[in-house]
Design a protein around this ligand. Structure first.
Ligand code: AQP
Length: 336
């Protein structure tokens, strides 16, 4: 008997170079999950344009993110890899969810507040309703599990609320209640310059992040330059609770070496950061180097990447079409 596989969905925005945060918080976990779950991985270009994107740069970044997924170990033969705009059902279901979600719910979303900053009045409406589109991405396939970094937890709670409200408004048991999968020792990778800010593709400081396009030398340099403090490494991670930059580097070390943060603290207990940083630089280069090089090679193979995205989009459209049809029926849209 073939084993029933639960379905996962997750995505990355093509808003710039993939970072170590995207890799450790998301893509690396997808690689581990792809055998156990029926997997759908999306380059979420509709999300990307919630802030301005240069069209040519958006096309390049879309291919690069797809190449990054494959170079990291996502198997395009086993998983669906596609870009969101090639499947119109995402935008269509998002509209329906705009009519299900409440303003009060969206007003509580911290990512909108962070990204809109003081200039809320000038932020795009798309940025405000971003979480409704994210709920649509997942529920268009009735995915049950969503592997993401910790920063997406609040959006996933909103997706659960939307699914439940839709079901209750229409008196159906149609959409599943999605479960976040927030895994690993680096659930929220922080900036290398500020341990209280998330490592982000769009941070203006290049030294704040490691890009998957960085050369081996640059990766090592950025690690050596990363901000720390003057105290020695403590024997337990709990003792480092008030040292965000130091804790961040320990977590990165743990995630890249498949150990726990506690293991790393115990190994470097009482030492300063010089030797630790050398070891972390070496480790980072040995894990990321082969990925960055393969990603570069694949990014140059435009026809190959475009074909994967085309095939993935066709599969995604086929999977989502009956679900969307049923949604139309539930909502009361006449289908002639
Ligand atoms: N710093 C991070 N630590 C752990 N996980 C992270 N993710 C992103 N940054 C970190 C996870 O990567 C997946 C894709 O994220 P995204 O590209 O869709 O958007 P984001 O979270 O807004 O990422 P960025 O890098 O900060 O993009 P910009 O700068 O464009 O806003 C998600 O699963 C996310 O949790």
């Amino acid at each position: 008997m073939t084993e029933f596989k639960q379905r996962i969905f997750s995505g990355v925005q093509p808003t710039g170079n993939l970072t170590l945060g995207n890799y450790l918080g998301a893509i690396r976990n997808w690689v581990a999950l792809q055998k156990k779950y029926e997997s759908i991985f999306c380059v979420v270009d509709l999300h990307a344009i919630t802030v301005w994107q240069d069209p040519a740069a958006l096309r390049d970044a879309t291919r690069e993110v797809a190449a990054g997924m494959i170079a990291s170990g996502i198997d395009p033969k086993e998983c669906i890899i596609f870009n969101q705009s090639q499947v119109p059902g995402h935008a269509e279901l998002a509209w329906i969810f705009n009519c299900v979600a409440r303003m009060g719910w969206l007003n509580r979303m911290t990512q909108f507040k962070d990204k809109a900053g003081k200039n809320k009045e000038r932020a795009s409406v798309g940025l405000y309703v971003y979480p409704d589109l994210m709920a649509a991405d997942i529920l268009l396939y009735k995915a049950t599990h969503v592997p993401v970094g910790e920063d997406q937890k609040q959006h996933l709670e909103l997706a659960r609320d939307i699914a439940q409200k839709f079901n209750s408004d229409y008196g159906v048991d149609f959409f599943p209640v999605v479960e976040p999968l927030i895994l690993g020792e680096a659930k929220r990778v922080m900036s290398l310059r500020d341990g209280n800010a998330k490592m982000s593709k769009s941070d203006p400081s290049e030294n704040s992040r490691i890009n998957l396009t960085d050369s081996r030398d640059t990766i090592a340099k950025k690690i050596r330059k990363a901000r720390t403090d003057s105290a020695a490494i403590a024997g337990t991670i709990e003792e480092m609770a008030d040292r965000p930059e130091a804790r961040n580097l320990i977590n990165i070390f743990a995630a890249l070496s498949d150990q726990t943060a506690g293991d790393i603290c115990a190994a470097y207990d009482g030492q300063g950061f010089a030797a630790f940083k050398n070891d972390l630089a070496e480790l980072s280069v040995s894990v990321l180097g082969p990925i960055t090089e393969e990603m570069k090679r694949l990014t140059d193979e435009k026809t190959y990447i475009d074909q994967i995205l085309k095939t993935g989009s066709e599969k995604a459209r086929a999977l989502s079409a009956p679900i969307l049809k049923e949604v139309h029926n539930i909502v009361g849209f006449l289908q002639s």
